[in-house]
Each structure stands twice: as structure tokens, then as C-alpha cells.
Design a protein around this ligand. Structure first.
Ligand code: KIV
Ligand code: NA
Length: 269
């Protein structure tokens, strides 16, 4: 087929025209299933928690992110593919950020990167964009700041904090970011940032008025354990389907009904 992937400029052109629907994927089977329905797929560093069972996102590496991204790119044709830069791979200097972004894009074939950080990271956004790396900024609740925040907490609840986050988003827009993820911010603030910016805002725990939405796929499918975050909605209980199938398989092995002779080789009829 000659299906063409949605490009970064095409995502930008969605602003004011149609909503951007996006989710995370880390592996081939999910990427394959998601691709027909989404404008953008993010290989989120949330895979540290969701995929690897770690307590936060801080210890995933550039090589791990690149490997997950390569699996997702290989398994999709349509969605724009964006990869999270992991903690410690871009904060040190603009040069470090470019070297690692180039490594991730070259190893995976993804379309662009996402990185966390307020106005302080805008110089890095500019450095990357001017050198051919599309950047999706991520402000508000930034999980890589878990230790400075003292946990995962909604942001922008005071006027002062709201002004700072608006300033952060504007700084990245001015630096050339193609969009901004707004995570865990007050609804009115997300609405205001969306109205103020010319580039799309992608909300997660933000506002229905954002230009697009993103969630962690496992959270909407009943695959992320007992508690689902306030900002997510469980659209299906795939976990229950998997449990049912695995139970039937285990029962079949134990009662001898699996495998059947149709599953075996060289059986004489
Ligand atoms: O890592 C992640 O999954 C994310 C979002 C869902 C925005 O950064
Ligand atoms: Na992330």
C-alpha cells in the first residue's frame, strides 16, 4: 500500500480544524492495533512504570526507548510517531540533547521527540528544531520531576503557577516546538494556553478544549492494575478478556484437551 504517515506539519495544521487523537504504544501488537485510529502515537517513557513495573520514569535508557520506538515504527504505517527522551538524556546541554535525539530517530525511524521541561528547556527546543528534530514540548505535571515535586501532583492551581506554565508553553512555541503536551494542569489554564498558542496543545488531565488528547493505552484498556488515574477513562476491560483466555488455556493443559491432534505435526489421519 502507499499509505502515507501523518507528518509533523500535518499535525500542526489540525489546530482549529480537527482534534488530534493520540495514545501511547511501546510494542508491536499495540502499535498495530492502534495505527488505524490515531493521528499520533507516543512511545512514552511511561513504559518504565507501565511496561517495566518501575516506581517512576527516571531509569529508562535511550537504548530502551530507541528499541521500543523501532518496534512501533515497524508496526505502523499511518500515525505520526513521537518518542519520549528519557531522564538524563537531554537536560545537560543542547549538544547532549541533539546527540541523543539523533540517536533515537536514527535507530527507530520515528518522526520526532518529546521532552519535559519549562522555559528553561526552550533553548534546547530551538537547538533541536533548527537542526531537523521536531520537538513536542511537555509542561505542567512533568513526571521526570517527581522528586522535586514530591510526588505526582496536579500543577497550575495558583495564579502564579498558572502564569509560569503559560510562560513555559509560550517559550517552547517561540523556540519552534510543533506542539505542547499539557499534563495534570488546572482545566481553565489548559483552555487559556490552548487559546493563546498557535501550535496544538495535547492534553492529559488538562481540558476537553485542548487541540488533542493523549492517554496511556494500558489505562484505557484495564491493563494497568487496580487503580486508574482520574484523568483516564476505562473504555474496555481487556484485562478480563486476557484472564479468561489464560484460565481456559491452563485448564486445557491440565485436563489434556490442549493441545489437540490438530495442533500436532506428523499425525496420521
Ligand atoms: O510517557 C508518557 O506516556 C507521556 C504521556 C502520556 C504524555 O509522557
Ligand atoms: Na513521558
Amino acid at each position: 500500500t502507499d499509505l502515507k504517515r501523518i507528518s509533523v506539519p500535518q499535525l500542526m495544521a489540525c489546530k482549529g480544524q480537527r482534534k488530534i487523537a493520540s495514545l501511547t504504544a511501546y510494542t508491536a501488537p499495540f502499535a498495530r492495533l492502534l495505527d488505524d485510529y490515531l493521528d499520533m502515537i507516543l512511545i512514552g517513557d511511561s513504559t518504565a512504570m507501565v511496561g517495566y513495573g518501575l516506581p517512576n520514569t527516571l531509569s529508562i535508557t535511550v537504548d530502551q526507548m530507541a528499541a521500543h520506538a523501532a518496534a512501533v515504527v515497524r508496526s505502523t504505517q499511518k500515525a505520526c510517531i513521537i518518542v519520549d527522551m528519557p531522564f538524563g538524556s537531554y537536560q545537560e546541554s543542547t549538544q547532549q540533547a541533539f546527540a541523543n535525539a539523533a540517536k533515537v530517530l536514527a535507530a527507530s525511524g520515528a518522526d520526532g521527540i518529546k521532552m519535559e521541561g519549562g522555559a528553561v528547556m526552550a533553548d534546547t527546543t530551538r537547538f533541536l528544531v533548527e537542526r531537523g528534530v521536531p520537538v513536542l514540548a511537555h509542561v505542567g505535571l512533568m513526571p521526570q520531576y517527581v522528586h522535586t515535586m514530591g510526588g505526582f501532583k496536579a500543577q497550575g492551581m495558583t495564579d502564579e503557577a498558572a502564569e509560569r506554565i503559560l510562560h513555559d508553553a509560550l517559550a517552547h512555541e517561540q523556540a519552534g516546538a510543533f506542539g505542547v503536551v499539557l499534563e495534570g494542569v488546572a482545566e481553565a489554564l489548559a483552555r487559556r494556553i490552548t487559546k493563546t498558542l498557535k501550535i496544538p496543545t495535547i492534553g492529559i488531565g488538562a481540558s476537553p478544549d485542548c487541540d488533542g488528547q493523549i492517554l496511556v493505552t494500558e489505562d484505557i484498556l484495564g491493563l494497568s492494575g487496580a487503580r486508574i488515574p482520574k484523568f483516564a477513562r476505562q473504555f474496555a476491560d481487556v484485562g478480563a478478556v486476557i484472564r479468561g483466555a489464560v484460565e481456559q488455556y491452563a485448564n486445557g493443559v491440565r485436563d489434556g484437551s490442549f493441545p489437540g491432534l490438530e495442533n500436532c505435526f506428523g499425525v496420521k489421519k
